[in-house]
Design a protein around this ligand. Structure first.
Ligand code: NAI
Length: 210
């Protein structure tokens, strides 16, 4: 199947939503779906959907709809979900513990291998059988384990320092919860998370209704 390369960032940002909805359809034994039906479920326009899905293959057939399973498989490949990722969490406070406790990431192929903190009171505590270790061990841990993603959940002032230890040990992916723009080499991919962005979108849409 002929595929186009260079999927735009805007399409990439929409893919997780396609992934979520299409997997739900597979679970419900839906074999085919039209762009119009998908549009009603997912909230993107039918033409947006046709345009997006056209980026990575010829799945839709006029009057026939999309093959849901094939589309799911393709989206898995593009989202990198046919690979397994080893992750660690740095900072086992509120956010770090919440992420460690969220087992759905494992189901997607993100395997948590270690949790690190600086607070002596937290060291030795276990979350899902993983012991929280002293941050001083992280260097050795990274040398001896193939970690692909570090999840940074430390206070802003410690985030860059922590990132540098990770980068020195060849970790190429950072999921950064600290509210700071990390300085990283080009080959390191940083995905920043800001829950407040979503909250501010809500307040923007809500402001005239209350
Ligand atoms: P917290 O204070 O509960 O946890 C931070 C943890 O990091 C503590 O356990 C602390 O001992 C540990 N820590 C501090 N320095 C460290 C170091 N050098 N190495 C290893 N561990 C270290 O804080 P919380 O609420 O979990 O927030 C964590 C980070 O996430 C903060 O930067 C906060 O601003 C940010 N945050 C981000 C949100 C988002 O939407 N992205 C939402 C809420 C918080």
């Amino acid at each position: 199947m002929e595929k186009k390369k260079n999927i735009s960032m805007a399409v990439i940002r929409r893919l997780p939503k396609y992934h979520r909805y299409l997997n739900e359809l597979v679970k419900n034994d839906v074999d085919r779906i039209s762009s119009k039906e998908l549009s009603e479920k997912i909230g993107f326009t039918a033409s947006q959907i046709r345009q997006d899905l056209n980026c990575f293959g010829d799945f839709g057939q006029q009057g026939y709809g999309y093959n849901v399973k094939e589309l799911c498989k393709e989206i898995d490949i593009i989202l990198g979900l046919t690979k397994e990722y080893n992750t660690i969490i740095i900072g086992a406070g509120n956010i770090g513990q919440a992420i460690a406790n969220y087992i759905n990431f494992e189901k997607l192929g993100f395997s948590l291998k270690g949790i690190f903190d600086i607070n002596p009171k937290l060291l030795g505590l276990k979350i899902h059988d993983i012991e929280i270790q002293d941050i001083d061990n992280v260097d050795d841990f990274l040398k001896n384990n193939n970690v692909n993603i570090a999840i940074i959940c430390v206070p802003r002032k410690s985030a860059q320092k922590v990132a540098e230890i990770i980068i020195k040990n060849n970790v190429k992916g950072i999921w950064n919860f600290a509210p700071v723009d990390l300085v990283t080499p080009e080959d390191v991919i940083v995905e920043n998370v800001h829950l407040s962005d979503s909250l501010l979108t809500l307040s923007c849409l809500l402001k005239d209704k209350i």
